[in-house]
Design a protein around this ligand. Sequence first.
Ligand code: NAD
Ligand code: USQ
Length: 400
Amino acid sequence: MRILVLGGDGYLGWATAMYFSNRDHEVAVVDNFKRRLMHAERGTDTLTPIASLHKRVDAWQEVTGKQIDMFIGDIKDWFFISKVIQDFQPEAIVHYGEIPSAPYSMIDVHHAVDVHENNVNGTLNVLWAMHQFAPEAHLIKLGTMGEYGTPNVDIPEGYFEVEFRGRKDVLPFPKQPGSFYHLTKVHDSNNIMFACKIWGLRATDLNQGVVYGIETPESNLDDRLLTRFDYDESFGTALNRFCVQAVAGIPITLFGKGQQTRGYLNILDTLQCVDITAHNPPAPGKMRVFNQWVERFSVLDLAQHVKVAAESVGIDVKIAHYENPRVEAEVHYYNPDHNELYDLGLKPHLLDDSLVEQVINRVVQYKDRIVTDSIVPRIYWKKGDSDEYVAITEYEENGQ
Ligand code: NAD
Ligand code: USQ
């Protein structure tokens, strides 16, 4: 298959490019290094010492004899991305090429607008380019479980049957996202659904949960092939952050009550899910939606898993409640479906099987690179609250 990976210099994109290349697909990546620039702006960095995209592509060729093509440019630039799609003629487009951070989108008006322009307009360009130059291609778009928010009812996979005033229909499930970033994914989903309907495009919207992990079989071939691993307040996600905090001796940052529950998955399962999706394309004309997550944890559960795992290798861990910088439900119902990918063959990796070997030990390897002052949250959803962030209380077993 000819596979174009948008955002191929990123955490998931680089791992995906190597995964498909290793299985003898023809792979090209697109990136404009926006993520590296945002780190420079925030004064933060990946834990893993990643090489430039050019060096990683060269190392991949040296180690495996396989080639990954590169197109360096901005998806927001119509002339660039339409030419890439016209020239490469992808059969599948795996679209990771967006700004992925909820906190970054909440810094101020400029960041909210940047995230909207980048994500929503970039995806619009991709849809138009597919329509004009690659109408048979399958768009595999990374959306997020956060599109749904935390309603007090079960969450289906995209659509649900509704009966209202004696009439029935199957409609998109309501979205109640929790940040301007998560809202961009809702806007994308609407635009993709519309493009499928009017132009007969094929698309799968993967509503992915929070990803954790560093290693993949491909990145383990050579340390020059590592993917990025972030732990700072903007780009680090819960589990990855907690492992770094454990190793750095910083109390684990539970926001508020710590009962916020989300779906999580190992980066190995992101790769597996994208592979399964690519090999089972939908019929044209309707956007398909899969909920892509494996295990459900509250952040307190996660912290306790990290504590047990880290203590098993002699690392003493403290857990603390921090003033929640976000506006979100801290205690809520959460029961999203996730059957579609399992029905197509997903064999999940479980957290406790990989936490020590594949994550904590790797964090220990790069311990000296941890920038400790980028961990405590300073970006608040509501202006003014940041003055109060000092409220930190240590978690006590049975005490909270
Ligand atoms: P990432 O920031 O590491 O990767 C995204 C890549 O896209 C970066 O290399 C960035 O430079 C590139 N990019 C962004 N805007 C671009 C543009 N306009 N033109 C060209 N390149 C551009 O993020 P990630 O963690 O790998 O996430 C990938 C996708 O998956 C995102 O869309 C994110 O919203 C989604 N997602 C991630 C997670 C997670 O836990 N990591 C969970 C659910 C969904
Ligand atoms: N949280 C803490 N402490 C922390 C960091 C986070 O308690 O130090 C809490 C948050 O308040 C939230 C939950 O953990 O309730 C998840 O936060 P997160 O930062 O791990 O994830 P989120 O901001 O939702 O974003 C991440 C990715 C994003 C993806 C999303 C999937 O950055 O790209 O879309 O996970 S989901 O959460 O399912 O929407």
